[in-house]
Write a protein that binds this ligand. Structure first.
Ligand code: PLP
Length: 332
């Protein structure tokens, strides 16, 4: 990837003259089954631009209550788009068509504040990288469309979802009005994200990119990393998923509280409550043992993430070290 960055052809991205950015945008649009895509510095900016494109200030955004757009984007939906946010209780990050229908009351007067957008997320970060089955996702998209909502997909980790399901990413993303994909997570780029959608929508998104200060110059050095990642880092996501499962099974067998049914991609969540450990204590013990886990929004839950800098030896070490560090290692 460093070599691809060094060799990148570049131009002025703000003037739409960077060939590497243009190629990445074309590649990602095709990959996601959309007409066009726009290169942006972060997935947060891609989500925020999408929310603005689909709404007017005072409109209502519906999303699962622990979704990234609601809890990790610093209130951007309100600050940038003037949206009222309504969080719906999900199951593994997933909603149902019935919940959408219930959340969109029939209008009593022309000026009622109106739900305008539904934002969905897969894989779903806060629930531990859970994956929406395609048919369930489609049913919810249909319900939202019937209710007159625009539908955005926060697919920051859509490539993990596609690999986990064994389907092309377009089978997940193609029916949405807009889709975010992030390059800096499992795909392993230093930064970057794209927003994909119909050509006319993405043309409007260009203006927002400038407004947000996200229009860059020789951004091809980063786009080249994205192209490299699409060529070299997608199939290997299956390795990350297999390693997460291996960790989860080893920890579970050793008595670490892990729900195996929830390990669907590259995250493993550990619930500390049954161990009587605080999050800070657990993370400090793990750090001292040389294993990096991180906190989640759930006060007693920490998580491990497998990624391209980890190999089988690292996983074998973590299988041994974590139960001991958490004080649960049971004698065989
Ligand atoms: C589901 C989801 N969406 C969006 C983002 C934002 O990504 P970025 O750090 O590129 O803004 C994240 C980051 O963790 C995420 O998990």
């Amino acid at each position: 990837m460093r070599a691809a960055i060094a060799a990148a052809e570049v131009g002025d991205e703000q003037r739409r003259e960077d060939p590497s950015v243009a190629e990445l945008q074309r590649r990602v649009a095709a990959l996601l089954g959309q007409e066009a895509a726009l290169f942006l510095p972060t997935a947060t900016m891609a989500n925020q631009i999408a929310l603005k494109l689909h709404s007017r200030p005072g409109d209502v955004l519906l999303a699962e209550e622990t979704s990234h757009v609601l809890i990790y984007e610093y209130g951007g939906a309100a600050a940038h788009a003037g949206l009222i946010t309504v969080g719906l209780r999900g199951d593994g990050g997933r909603l149902t068509g019935e919940q959408i229908r219930d959340a969109v009351p029939s209008r009593t007067k022309v000026a009622d504040q109106a739900p305008a957008i539904l934002s969905l997320e897969t894989t779903h970060n806060s629930t531990g990288g859970r994956v929406w089955p395609v048919a369930e996702l489609e049913a919810v998209v249909d319900a939202a469309r019937d209710a007159g909502l625009a539908v955005h997909l926060d697919g920051a980790r859509i490539m993990n979802a596609a690999v986990a399901l064994g389907v092309p990413p377009a089978a997940i993303a193609g029916r949405f009005d807009t889709v975010t994909i992030c390059l800096s997570k499992g795909l392993g780029c230093p930064l970057g994200a794209l927003l994909a959608g119909p050509a006319a929508t993405i043309e409007r998104a260009w203006r927002e990119k400038h407004l947000f200060g996200g229009a860059m110059r020789q951004a091809g050095i980063v786009a080249a990393a994205g192209i490299y990642a699409l060529d070299h880092h997608v199939e290997r996501l299956a390795d990350d998923h297999a390693r997460a499962r291996r960790l989860a099974e080893a920890w579970h067998a050793a008595g670490v509280p892990v729900d195996l049914a929830r390990v669907e991609s590259n995250f493993v969540q550990v619930d500390l409550a049954p161990l009587g450990l605080t999050r800070d204590d657990a993370l400090a013990r793990l750090r001292a043992a040389g294993v990096g886990l991180s906190s989640t929004i759930h006060p007693t839950v920490i998580r491990a993430v497998t990624h391209l800098d980890l190999d089988d030896d690292h996983i074998a070490q973590a299988c041994e070290l974590v139960p001991t560090a958490l004080g649960v290692a049971v004698a065989a």
